[in-house]
Design a protein around this ligand. Structure first.
Ligand SMILES: Nc1ncnc2c1ncn2[C@@H]1O[C@H](COP(=O)(O)OP(=O)(O)OP(=O)(O)O)[C@@H](O)[C@H]1O
Length: 399
């Protein structure tokens, strides 16, 4: 059995395919213009670009013909104007064909994470800066198109400006299917002398969501911690995925309508140290599949989950966000749907606005303005008050 603990090299690099033909299941992509590879993480975009470059130039010419820039490099507008231009402008020798490699007469510039290129000193402002850098590239691409090919790699193609995208052949990388992931994982397991049963294999594919890099990383972590025989539970524990039972308990508490119980579950969850964002993802999956909820209720909870997810990304408190989600889920599960209170308060508001309109018709401008102010002062708080009364009646607390 092969040693597991000796090598410190991450397996994602050790098992990065060196040849385009070994990149699993992205056949359409590998047949070269300027290229734009986009799609979710860990699906082989960078691997394909580097494999193409290696296969075109071989190890000897690789360094002189290929420039790799990723997010860790400085890729502000000045880099585009100088480093990329300097590299692109130097003509390639005509007689550099090495045995076994096609060595076409151009260079390749690989811009990884092209959707996060920044303008110097404006890195906090995504849209204008990225656009400025990309605009600066348009000219460079045109001027040096005879001697350079650009490979843009990104997750979100919508963040690449249209003039750049339209100069490229676009290739969408899809999340890898369970079978493709499993066969690559099986191959790596055999090479590393690991023993994975069918359940562990399927768990690994499902918790990785089509991201092979993630799957390989979980596998390596599990091998380090648990040795050569890896079970489904081992993989779940290294992945940070919340055990299905914990999600179930939380949903059960929501269904019970008992706020104290739900609060206790949220407290336990936070005390266990699970990431709240992971819980939101799994809660979402469970709610979408829950037959006790109507489509409208599912839509409401999903909206709340989305808002909480954004708040967490912005640095909000995990406990409060989760409690907010849980309270909204409780409302959705409760027999008196939120829509009733909502519609009632909106109805009161609507009535007052309508009454205001009827009374003010024919009044002079000043009287009408006073009346409008009075209506807003009465109508809005009244609506909100009624809304909160309903919450108090139902849960004894206002969320
Ligand atoms: N299609 C694939 N075939 C074989 N291995 C793959 C494939 N996709 C990913 N991998 C494995 O995952 C690792 C990471 O892949 P890669 O860097 O190409 O992903 P990516 O799509 O560029 O992701 P990101 O958008 O995060 O940069 C590779 O080193 C390789 O081990």
């Amino acid at each position: 059995m092969a040693p597991i603990l000796q090598s410190t090299q991450p397996w994602v690099e050790k098992y990065r395919p060196k040849q385009v033909k070994d990149v699993a299941h992205q056949d359409e992509v590998v047949r070269c213009p300027h290229m734009l590879f986009y799609g979710p993480p860990g699906t082989g975009k960078t691997t394909t670009a580097l494999a193409i470059a290696h296969q075109l130039f071989g190890p000897e010419l690789y360094k002189s013909r290929v420039l790799e820039l990723n997010a860790s490099d400085d890729r502000g507008i000045n880099v585009v104007r100088t480093k990329i231009k300097d590299f692109a402008a130097v003509a390639v020798g005509t007689n550099q064909r090495k045995s076994g490699y096609p060595c076409p007469p151009f260079k390749i510039i690989v811009l990884d994470e092209a959707d996060s290129m920044t303008e110097d000193a404006q890195f906090y402002d995504f849209t204008p800066s990225t656009t400025a850098v990309q605009n600066a590239l348009r000219r460079t691409m045109e001027t040096y198109s005879k001697v350079t090919r650009f490979f843009f790699i990104c997750n979100y193609v919508s963040r690449i400006i249209e003039p750049l995208a339209s100069r490229c052949a676009k290739f969408r990388f899809k999340p890898l299917s369970e079978e493709i992931m499993s066969s690559r994982i099986l191959y790596i397991s055999q090479e590393e002398g690991l023993c994975l049963d069918a359940e562990a294999l399927s768990t690994l594919s499902s918790i990785s969501h089509g991201d092979l890099r993630r799957a390989i990383t979980y596998l390596q972590s599990a091998a380090r911690l648990f040795g050569s025989s890896i079970s489904s539970e081992n993989l779940i524990s290294v992945s940070g995925v919340v055990p299905a039972k914990v999600v179930e308990e939380l949903l059960k508490a929501c269904k019970s309508g008992n706020f104290d119980l739900a609060n206790k579950e949220v407290n336990n969850f936070i005390a266990e140290g699970y990431p709240a964002s992971q819980m939101l993802t799994q809660l979402f999956e469970s709610i979408v599949e829950d037959n006790d909820l109507s489509d409208e209720q599912k839509a409401r909870i999903s909206k709340k989950l989305g808002e909480a997810d954004k708040c967490l990304v912005d640095g909000a408190d995990e406990y409060l966000q989760l409690l907010d989600v849980v309270s909204n889920t409780m409302k959705a599960f409760s027999n008196m749907p939120e829509t009733f209170a909502y519609k009632f308060s909106v109805g009161v508001l609507g009535f007052l606005v309508w009454a205001h309109h009827m009374f003010t018709v024919g009044l002079d401008v000043d009287t009408s303005a006073y009346f409008t102010a009075a209506t807003m002062i009465i109508a809005v708080p009244t609506g909100i008050k009624i809304f909160s009364w309903f919450d108090k009646i139902r849960f004894g607390v206002r969320f």
